[in-house]
Design a binder for this molecule. Structure first.
Ligand code: PHE
Length: 453
């Protein structure tokens, strides 16, 4: 039997940190602050937290249930729990989504390494605002440098995944996550203590309910989805390594709390610093790679070395957050190939890495020299669109239907209570959310993101 002797995470805290590592990523530090900024600040944050609680938590627990029950990675879990049915396609969809997300996520992850290097080499050189724009554009359109960095990032990811569940994923999460947490708290404290930081705090924390409309709700739900790594079986694959004493509800809550805290702290780094120097925080990749370097330089204008240290800590933070996420994406596919085709872990990982080299290079080139468009989108944007806007929500919806309507209730209850050992007073609320509320919510996000609302 493939299932017996399956490796587990060595400890409950290891399991929590690994799952939190998957969740905390570019989505928290880059996407969340800008979404919050554009959607009424604190009002958005409140709605976001409600979405995490009412929608994110039930799907996460459902993914955990599937993974731990089946003791198989997401690619096989549905065939194990519902043999001979079409539910198996959920697993394939997850594996494919993981592979495609890696193709563009790695490009941005690679950029963080260039910015670490640039900070070390040129950090103290005074630059004009337009220099930051030119630097980013020249770099991201270059056919070689970003490719080199994405390969370095991919190799790091590959190395950790090959080391295995305990010695690679769990061990690295136990080191990276505390470092990440310390960095983010230090950066937030520095940023809040800058002169005039109050305006940034107000922008982020004072609710402006006049800006709340359907778009804000849907934006918050979409953000919760991506940020919690839901809808592609990352967390269900990790749950297949959970021990029988890991508490699914408690673990989900811990991951939700850590992920939300990191997102809010990221906002507390970016907005106070930007407002302190009077720069309007921009949207999109330019916020992190164009606006922020400028902000850092000005915020600590008199003391270049301080700006360098702050900026270095920030990009290291970003790189670590991205790395624990790319590891989880890589693992979903590697574990599938390893189990399904009985490939050695190292060989399975090699296939995944090989595939990502191709998709990664193509998506990086599509931002510069490669101009071919698919349905009006470059390759990078195409991967982003197809995965984040279509595959993740569809997969999440199917997982809800599977656990809410197909899977025997006794199985869900057994998993939530660890076979009757724990009490799970939230069980009926969880089931209600999973069966009715979440599927409707996901359906709404999807038709909104596809432009039907
Ligand atoms: N949650 C990660 C982030 O916030 C992204 C991710 C999505 C990782 C889906 C794995 C699966 O950046």
């Amino acid at each position: 039997m493939q299932n017996s002797g399956r490796v587990n995470f060595g400890s409950k805290i290891g399991a929590i940190l690994a799952a939190a590592g998957s969740a905390v990523g570019l989505g928290n530090i880059w996407r969340f602050p800008y979404e919050a900024g554009n959607h009424g600040g604190a009002a958005f944050i409140l709605i976001y937290l409600v979405c995490v609680l009412l929608m994110g938590m039930p799907i996460m627990i459902a993914e955990f249930t599937v993974g731990r029950r089946a003791k198989a990675s997401t690619g096989r879990a549905f065939s194990v729990l519902a043999p001979g049915t079409q539910w198996k396609w959920i697993g394939f969809l997850g594996v494919l989504a993981g592979l495609l997300i890696l193709g563009y996520y790695l490009v941005v992850a690679g950029w963080t390494l260039e910015y670490i290097l640039q900070t070390v080499v040129n950090g103290t050189v005074q630059q004009q605002p337009e220099d930051f724009v030119n630097a980013f554009q020249n770099f991201s359109k270059d056919p070689f440098r970003p490719v080199l960095w994405l390969l370095v990032f991919l190799l790091l990811t590959h190395y950790i995944v090959v080391k295995g569940v305990k010695d690679g994923i769990e061990k690295s999460s136990k080191i990276f996550m505390p470092v990440l947490f310390i960095l983010i708290v230090v950066l937030a404290v520095c940023s809040i203590s800058l002169p005039n930081a109050g305006k940034g705090l107000e922008f982020l924390l004072k609710p402006d309910f006049s800006k709340v409309n359907a778009d804000v709700f849907l934006g918050a739900m979409g953000q919760a989805f991506f940020s919690l790594s839901l809808g592609m079986g990352c967390l269900s694959t990790y749950a297949s390594y959970f021990g029988s004493d890991t508490q699914l509800g408690k673990t989900a809550l811990s991951v939700g709390v850590i992920d939300s805290m990191v997102a809010i702290l990221a906002g507390l780094i970016i907005f106070p610093a930007a407002f302190s120097v009077g720069i309007q925080p921009d949207a999109g990749p330019s916020l992190i790679f164009i606006t922020l370097p400028n902000v850092f330089q000005q915020a600590f204008g008199g003391v270049p070395i301080l700006a360098t240290v702050f900026s270095l800590m920030f990009y290291v933070l970003l790189a670590l957050a991205a790395l624990t996420s790319t590891i989880s994406l890589h693992e979903v596919v590697t574990a599938y190939l390893n189990e399904r085709f009985n490939l050695k872990r190292s060989r399975a990982a090699l296939f995944v890495t090989g595939f990502c080299i191709v998709t990664g290079i193509l998506s990086s080139l599509s931002l510069g020299v490669w101009e071919t468009k698919f349905f009006g989108l470059g390759f990078f944007d195409l991967l982003d669109f197809v995965t984040a806007k279509m595959m993740l929500p569809i997969n999440g919806l199917l997982v809800c239907l599977f656990v809410g309507w197909y899977l025997k209730k006794s199985i869900s209850r057994e998993e939530l209570t660890n076979g009757g050992v724990l009490r799970a007073p939230y069980y009926s609320t969880y089931m209600f959310l999973l069966r009715y509320v979440v599927p409707v919510a996901i359906f709404l996000i999807m038709i909104n993101e596809l432009g039907f609302i």
